[in-house]
Design a binder for this molecule. Structure first.
Ligand code: SF4
Length: 217
């Protein structure tokens, strides 16, 4: 049973311990998308919607060789661009989204990816999740990325009691140590793939089971 009456300080202590154990369990946890610049990471995150990071990483080297700048994406033949990203799925929408973001970067930010949450959110197709990915990995501004793993496992752990991604982000910022905000989502992603698997969590072998109110052991 999740204890909804747990004090904030007790929850913070538990969150720190969870992060510590997961960091030891998954020392290689890191962003799975390959990128060299903020612009490349922006494009990669758009391509990663409904697609695996592995697949995106197969597509982006050639894509960025062909289209190295926002202007190059705008100058591209749409059909050629769609062909280049076809294997990531939803290629028509993604081509549109990439080009809309490129147009906004050129119109309002001199062709560069902006470095604040507000400016990032003003780009078409960029929500808090993508903005936090960019802020945390390119601009040294920690944020908590709330993806499906973070949403599901944070609730199972009783670190949050919410289904709304924005509310989850802010609730987690209250309890997860700030220095762990960026790695937090990578740790939960690795844990969600290896042990806390959706619909069949392996609680018997889970190193954070003693700290998890949902543990079935
Ligand atoms: S104890 Fe079970 S439900 Fe809790 S985090 Fe571990 S695998 Fe997930």
């Amino acid at each position: 049973m999740i204890n909804k009456n747990e004090t904030l300080s007790a929850r913070r202590k538990r969150a720190s311990e969870i992060v510590r154990i997961l960091s030891e369990t998954y020392p290689g946890a890191h962003i799975a998308l390959n990128f060299g610049t903020p612009f490349q990471l922006l494009v990669a995150t758009i391509l990663a919607a409904q697609c695996t990071d592995v697949r995106v990483n197969m597509v982006t080297p050639e894509l960025f060789r062909k289209y190295p700048t926002p202007q190059a994406f705008l100058d591209a033949q749409v059909e050629e661009l769609e062909q280049a990203i076809f294997s990531t799925g939803f290629y028509r929408n993604k081509a549109k989204a990439i080009r809309a973001a490129c147009a906004a970067l050129i119109d309002r930010f001199g062709g560069e990816v902006p470095s604040t949450m507000d400016d990032l959110l003003s780009l078409p197709g960029v929500g808090r999740k993508t903005a936090n990915v960019l802020l945390g990995h390119c601009f040294g501004t920690p944020g908590i990325v709330v993806d499906t793993h973070v949403k599901r496992i944070s609730n199972l752990l009783g670190l949050v009691h919410n289904e709304d991604p924005v509310k989850i982000e802010f609730e987690l910022m209250e309890v997860v140590p700030k220095e762990s905000w960026v790695p937090f989502s990578h740790l939960l992603a690795d844990h969600g793939r290896a042990i806390c698997i959706a619909r069949r969590p392996r609680c018997q072998v889970c190193p954070i089971a003693p700290l998890c109110p949902s543990a079935m052991v």
